[in-house]
Design a protein around this ligand. Structure first.
Ligand SMILES: [Fe+2]
Length: 387
């Protein structure tokens, strides 16, 4: 199992003079410093509901920025808590933002310079996007309870590209092709574009939304991909049955994986072929694992007694969605076998320790592992549960 130094390798963050120089001169880090916001450099969180946050008045209460220290990473996330009865200051910016509401209830108003405000209400489990550079303001509808959300953004690449916060936060360009101010824009309705791609800008209840068959990632999984307001940043929801796990794969860095349902599971991340640097991150509802570096293998496992569902938000994970420039996103081939030139490890090609660890973990949690059908050569294994 991995040591602390292995974790550094997986993060691609070994402290080097070059890395320190990049961070010191990083325009994105400079903006965070000017905000005075706390930065959390970590890629696995047991429970986002309970992470301690620092003050971030502009956001309506508290907040911290989760930014694994990988200088080339395109996206970050902002973990925000709006105080009871609180609201954020109106803002707009030239970076994309996709929001998942962890708890509480509230509303968001969205508008552009020459248009009316559109306001929609959300609660825990809702997901929405702020159209690029549209004005917005968030409100907590409760006078007693805080409202907490996670916003995955492309702020790092925007700040690093233009190196001038004034351009990012005080630019009046209107992206009419992304946000036409249609009455239904935030109505909660949507449409199936093709295959498993769902087009919507507001999803009222992601943990319970319908999903579609996805044979490619294995073991009876179901899935839906999101195309939101013409974003280059995409997302998807996947769910897998009891006693199963997904196929390991690689893609570009920065996919933020939130656990929405299920009662036990874990993710593995590694970079070395022999998996000697593997990191196991246990999860439950509210956990998050970030794919920390380019080329990092990762694989997700359900060891609980219920189906497990997760939401992944990142740059370009919905390869079928219109408008996506997949090569830049670095996600092409993520569900194509390595044997066919892709980045997915087929079950029959994976390291045997993957199945061994999974079956041990299932038994530990009282769940019946159900993966032997994909490994006929190892079918001698017999499982008995004591309860
Ligand atoms: Fe992935």
């Amino acid at each position: 199992m991995a040591t602390d130094s292995d974790r550094d390798i997986v993060r691609a963050t070994e402290p080097t003079t070059e890395l320190e120089r990049l961070i010191i001169n990083d325009p994105y880090r400079g903006w965070l410093a000017s905000e005075g916001v706390e930065i959390i450099d970590e890629f696995a969180f047991e429970d986002l509901h309970t992470v301690e946050l620092g003050p971030w008045a502009r956001k309506g209460g508290k907040g911290s920025v989760i930014n694994i220290p990988y200088p080339m990473l395109i996206n970050d996330s902002q973990l925000i808590e709006i105080s009871p009865g609180g609201k954020s200051e109106p803002e707009h910016h030239l970076y994309e933002e996709v929001v998942y509401v962890l708890s509480g209830r509230g509303a968001t108003s969205v508008w552009v310079e020459d248009g009316p405000k559109q306001t929609f209400e959300w609660t825990g489990g809702s997901m929405f996007t702020i159209p690029l550079n549209a004005w917005y303001q968030n409100f907590n509808a409760s006078g007693d309870e805080p409202a907490r959300y996670l916003a995955v953004t492309t702020a790092p690449v925007a700040l690093r590209t233009y190196n001038d916060p004034e351009f990012i936060f005080n630019n009046n360009f209107i992206f009419k092709g992304r946000y036409g101010q249609e009455e239904t824009f935030f109505s909660g309705s949507g449409k199936l574009f093709s295959g498993r791609v769902w087009q919507a800008s507001f999803l009222p209840n992601v943990p319970d939304m319908p999903l579609y068959t996805w044979e490619g990632r294995g073991a009876g999984g179901i899935n839906v991909m999101f195309d939101m307001a013409g974003n280059q940043m995409k997302g998807h929801v996947s769910e897998f049955p009891v006693g199963t796990y997904k196929k390991g794969h690689q893609h570009g860095p920065g996919a933020h994986l939130l656990i929405l349902s299920g009662d036990a599971g874990y993710s593995l991340t590694w970079t070395k072929e022999d998996m000697s640097d593997v990191v196991k991150s246990d999860w439950k509802v509210g956990s998050m694992v970030i794919v920390p570096s380019a080329g990092c293998y990762h694989q997700h496992f359900n060891t609980g007694s219920r189906r497990a569902r997760y939401l992944a938000i990142g740059y370009g994970s919905g390869g079928e969605a219109p408008g996506l420039y997949a090569p830049f996103a670095g996600s092409g081939g993520a569900d194509v076998s390595q044997k066919d030139g892709g980045m997915q490890v087929e079950y029959e090609d994976e390291n045997p320790i993957v199945l061994d660890m999974f079956e041990e973990e299932c038994i530990k949690h009282g769940a019946m592992p159900d993966m032997r059908r994909y490994f006929p050569a190892r079918s001698e294994y017999k499982v008995t549960l004591s309860n």
